[in-house]
Design a protein around this ligand. Structure first.
Ligand code: PHE
Length: 344
């Protein structure tokens, strides 16, 4: 019995039409037009047919064979053309959205702090990261034998300059160029010769604040820091100040924000709070009333004016806000890390 030539032909043409790559096309060529294909076998077996069938079967099979070969050739030409022109675009696929950047978590935190302080009336100043000893230490009333000047703590450059260890340098630069009253902040990188670990880095970020006017008191400092704390960590945040020492402030304090991770319970889910280490308070920075010696160094009348200054650890605040437990992540530029802070 002769297989249905028309059916085989339709099947072959449909399969060829659906092909989208040259390899599959080659497989179809073997199957439908190869030496052992059904159509070849039909053509080869014509001689065995009864004489009155030979002519019609021969004609039908010959035509089917031609149609299949033509379809194969056309499909091949089409696929090669697409490859050549790179035109394999499937216009029905949805487009690929371009990857959008977003601010680094440190930038976002710094921007928010700076914004809050600007709304309180502070102007923004800038200062160099490569500083001289005068602005980093001398003018800030730091004695020449003060341990922070040690090579252990400060990166010195070969020309007698250094990488600033604190943004307090900007206090001096601002007061040198403008008379009181002064209300200024500055945000930037600082450098210390630290052994790098999860909570210490040799590069970190500070915001410096300086307020000088007549009758400025420690209460103004506390009020400013409280407003700032509530702005960044929420309206229930408390602050506390503890006595400390800095050469350029007198009295000097360190200040803490209440821990908003454990709500000062000291524990989260039965475990000691990692952020405040169970104390309920997080150390944020140093502050104090500007030392009269600093005023004298910049030519301000220390009898007439008083002021406060504070430093904020930006990295630390970003870590608290996002529950980040390793400061090194900030500077590694690992996109798997930075991409997590959408819409911060
Ligand atoms: N500069 C100090 C530090 O880096 C912080 C500070 C700033 C202290 C302003 C007092 C006043 O630790």
């Amino acid at each position: 019995m002769v297989p249905d030539i028309d059916q085989i032909c339709q099947e072959a043409l449909a399969a060829i039409k659906a092909v989208s790559d040259l390899q599959t096309l080659e497989e179809l060529r073997v199957r439908y037009a190869g030496r052992r294909s059904q159509m070849r076998q039909i053509l080869g077996g014509i001689g065995d047919l009864p004489p009155d069938e030979r002519r019609s079967v021969g004609q039908a099979a010959g035509k089917a064979q031609k149609d299949i070969e033509a379809a194969l050739a056309q499909c091949q030409a089409q696929l090669e053309l697409e490859l050549e022109s790179g035109d394999t675009l499937d216009v029905t696929l949805p487009g690929r959205p371009p990857r959008r950047g977003q601010p680094h978590p440190l930038s976002a935190t710094a921007d928010e702090l700076v914004d809050a302080l600007r709304h309180m009336g502070f102007a923004v100043a800038d200062g160099p990261e490569v500083e001289d000893e005068y602005h980093n230490f001398d003018a800030l009333n730091t004695p020449s034998d003060h341990p922070s000047r040690d090579l252990h703590d400060t990166f010195y450059l070969t020309d007698g300059q250094l990488l600033r260890t604190q943004t307090s340098t900007v206090q001096i630069r601002v007061m040198e160029t403008q008379p009181p009253p002064v209300r200024v902040i500055s945000m930037g990188r600082v450098y210390r010769n630290e052994t790098v670990d999860a909570t210490h880095h040799m590069i970190f970020h500070q915001i410096e604040g300086l307020y000088v006017d007549t009758d400025v008191s420690l209460a103004d400092l506390k009020g400013t820091l409280t407003a700032l704390a509530r702005h960044v960590l929420g309206p229930d945040t408390q602050i506390r100040i503890r006595p400390h020492f800095f050469p350029f402030t007198e009295p000097s304090v360190e200040y803490d924000f209440s821990c908003t991770i454990c709500q000062q319970r000291g524990e989260v889910g039965g475990h000691r709070c990692r952020v405040c280490k169970g104390t309920g308070w997080i150390e944020i920075g140093g502050a104090g009333m500007v030392d009269p010696n600093v005023f004298r160094n910049v030519g301000y009348d220390d009898e007439k004016f008083s002021g406060f200054a504070f430093g904020i650890g930006v990295d630390r605040i970003a870590m608290i806000r996002h529950g980040i437990d390793d400061i090194r992540l900030f500077l590694e530029s690992d996109m798997r890390f930075t991409r997590q802070f959408h819409g911060d």
